[in-house]
Design a protein around this ligand. Structure first.
Ligand code: ATP
Ligand code: MG
Length: 651
């Protein structure tokens, strides 16, 4: 960011506060604000997170900073993540409680109790060991949202083999790059899976990918997801998952006691801003942090049916479908399908049938629900819901309110959680039983988190002013390093605002934000997404909020081209030629000022998105400026890029 200040207020400013409903507060896991205590006790406060786990060997210290910014949490401690997610729930009364409820793409459902899940995880662990996997071998998991994915993750964790989950929709190329980067010799995948009812060949992609890996892949385990629909041939060193597990039926495998600092997994970022980065998470700090935040923020309780509708192929699924909820002994729901198949009420039908208590999704999904119309959620009984959450992108106030009203019925707090693959878990958000909500602001930093919005010199900016979002103190969920190496880790996150000579390490999130006088943070987008208009710096999130506030607009993305370009996706049944551009222009004038009025509004049925559902503004900017698109491997809907190129080129 350069020396100039960002523009002032806009609709991205949080609206009036909404207190959490009393019905929620009276039973919330956290009813008192622990922030002051956390600050006084820091870093000792994080013992409260560690206490949520069972340790094989107690740790010596909460935090070691002698190798900063490579911090070690709960150093000297030993634990096993799978034992924490399974074994300890088997003692006590929880063994027959549902751990996992799976809703398949073809309408199937399957439930695993904690005991059943533990049995399959041990069989899978035995099978992997039998193939030669030993502690610290990286196992690549290339699976869709089927129960075998969390089973394989926990099996890896049990034997101390870090997993590298590759989102199932990624290409053969992306798979081979990740196998190679991790020097991974073992792979678990499937024959194929269903996409909107059609069988899709996954094994073909795998065979191609493996051919181009520079080292030997010693064993590939193939889950038969499709049965007869797509027979697959097993080559050398390829094994059928179910046969393999049957050969190890009933075997028990002792959980390996891992050092707290040992790797639990590697996970790639979404690739929204460039090439995806491989982020490494250690065991003790990460697991403590996701358990603590799932309890404090998602209010997860053992008796809940909890549903995070993300994909396990991204960090949200790791932290808040698998590790956090299972560490707390709750029932976590796993959904394989899409939100609109067979119909647009699919998610609400699942919520009703399973009496889901807590629902966590992405703003892009909520904007799609809004686009389709309130009749879909309203045609189901959603009264089991107690809490709603979002993650992944800023949520504009209009979308927030729609979610609060039409899905939550005005009775459920909405937590807008800001965090990153690198942070491991949530960083900024309201504590739902404690804090008032402000639609449009993620919220204050969580207890123990020292987030600051700073100017280019690293000085905190005044309330209302925008700057870079930084984190000052380490936290347990933080990444250990990057796959690209320790230097890349320091360069990417710790170089801009730190003063290593003074031992002063500051984490640079790469996001821009603004704080209000109450300490609520509004995330404005990436620092690189800023638009410069006549010397004023405008945030894309702010402009997009003003546009989405327009009745009839479902989604918008703003970028700099020859002037300000707004790509706008209208709601279902709305004809944009009937005055919509004028209303958008007026709304932007009112919210920010005429300087921010888009020079060009391009209507489009959809926007280019990453496979994890984020708008790729970088590509829209390149289209607007007629530039080369660069790395598009993260793109989910390439067809829209071609269409937009044509539209822009023609006009
Ligand atoms: P890459 O780092 O490869 O460009 P990415 O940053 O999208 O991809 P993730 O780690 O999945 O990869 O996403 C983290 C980013 O998502 C954050 O830096 C932020 O920009 C955005 N984000 C997540 N949650 C929120 C939120 N509640 N409000 C605003 N932005 C959010
Ligand atoms: Mg990122």
């Amino acid at each position: 960011m350069d020396e100039r200040r960002w523009s002032g207020s806009g609709t991205a400013d949080a609206g009036p506060s909404i207190p959490p409903p009393e019905s929620f507060v009276s039973r919330a896991n956290m009813r008192e604000d622990p922030r002051e205590e956390f600050d006084e006790e820091w870093p000792g406060c994080w013992e409260r997170a560690a206490e949520l786990l069972s340790w094989e060997t107690e740790y010596d210290t909460v935090l070691e900073d002698d190798e900063a910014p490579f911090y070690r949490w709960f150093d000297g401690g030993k634990l096993n993540a799978a034992a924490n997610c399974l074994d300890r729930h088997l003692e006590g009364g929880a063994k027959n409680r549902a751990a996992l409820r799976w809703e398949g793409k073809r309408g199937e459902s399957r439930t695993y109790t904690y005991r059943e899940l533990a049995v399959e995880v041990e069989e899978c662990a035995a099978a992997l060991s039998g193939l030669g996997v030993v502690e610290d071998d990286v196992v690549t998991l290339y699976l869709p949202m089927i129960p075998e994915l969390p089973v394989a993750m926990l099996a890896c964790a049990r034997i101390g083999a870090p997993h590298s989950v590759v989102f199932a929709g990624l290409s053969a190329d992306a798979l081979s790059t990740r196998i190679e980067a991790a020097n991974s010799e073992y792979l678990v995948t499937c024959d194929g899976y269903y996409r909107r009812g059609d069988a899709f060949n996954q094994k073909g992609k795998v065979d191609n990918a493996v051919l181009s890996v520079g080292h030997d892949v010693r064993a590939t385990v193939v889950v038969d997801r499709l049965g007869e629909d797509l027979p697959h041939h097993l080559g050398d060193d390829q094994y059928d998952y179910h046969d393999l597990l049957a050969a190890h039926a009933g075997e028990s495998v002792e959980p390996v006691a891992r050092d707290s600092r040992d790797d639990l997994f590697v996970m790639y970022t979404s690739g929204t801003t460039g090439e995806p980065k491989g982020v490494v998470h250690a065991t003790g700090g990460y697991l403590s942090y996701v358990a603590w935040t799932a309890r404090a923020v998602l209010d997860v309780e053992p008796g809940d049916t909890y549903w995070c509708a993300a994909d396990i192929g991204w960090i949200t699924g790791h932290s808040y479908i698998v590790y956090g909820p299972l560490a707390l002994g709750t029932t976590t729901l796993l959904y394989e399908g899409t939100p609109d198949y067979p119909d647009r009420d699919r998610l609400w039908e699942i919520v009703e049938r399973n009496a889901v208590d807590v629902f966590y999704t992405a703003p892009t999904a909520v904007r799609a629900f809004m686009k389709w119309g309130a009749e879909y959620p309203e045609s189901h009984d959603l009264s089991s819901l107690r809490l709603l959450g979002t993650v992944g992108e800023p949520i504009d106030p209009r979308t927030w309110k729609w979610y609060y009203r039409h899905v939550g019925g005005g009775n459920c707090p909405v937590v807008d959680t800001w965090w990153q693959t690198e942070t491991g878990g949530m960083m900024l958000t309201t504590l739902p039983g404690v804090d008032e909500m402000k639609p449009g602001a993620a919220g204050p930093p969580l207890p123990g988190i020292d987030a600051r919005v700073v100017d280019p010199d690293g000085e905190a900016v005044d309330p209302g002013e925008a700057g870079s979002l930084t984190i000052r103190r380490p936290w347990p969920g933080m990444a250990r390093t990057l796959y690209g190496g320790d230097d890349a880790f320091v360069e990417e996150y710790w170089s801009r605002f730190s003063d290593p000579a003074a031992g002063d390490w500051v984490y640079d999130s790469g996001d821009a934000a603004r704080v209000d006088p109450d300490g609520y943070v509004t995330v404005l987008g990436r620092t690189d997404d800023v638009i410069d208009v006549s010397g004023r710096r405008l945030s894309t999130a702010e402009l997009e909020s003003a546009i989405v506030a327009t009745e009839g607009v479902a989604e918008a993305a703003v970028v700099a081209g020859d002037g300000i370009y707004a790509y706008v996706s209208p709601e279902q049944g709305v004809d944009p030629s009937r005055g919509l551009p004028e209303v958008i222009g007026t709304n932007v004038d009112d919210a920010i000022g005429p300087v921010a009025r888009p020079d060009r509004i391009v209507f489009t049925p959809d926007l280019p998105k990453t496979r994890s559902g984020k708008i790729m503004r970088r590509l829209l900017g390149a289209i607007a400026r007629g530039e080369d698109l660069g790395d598009t491997s993260a793109l989910r809907n390439p067809e829209i890029v071609g269409e937009l190129r044509e539209t822009i080129g023609e006009e």
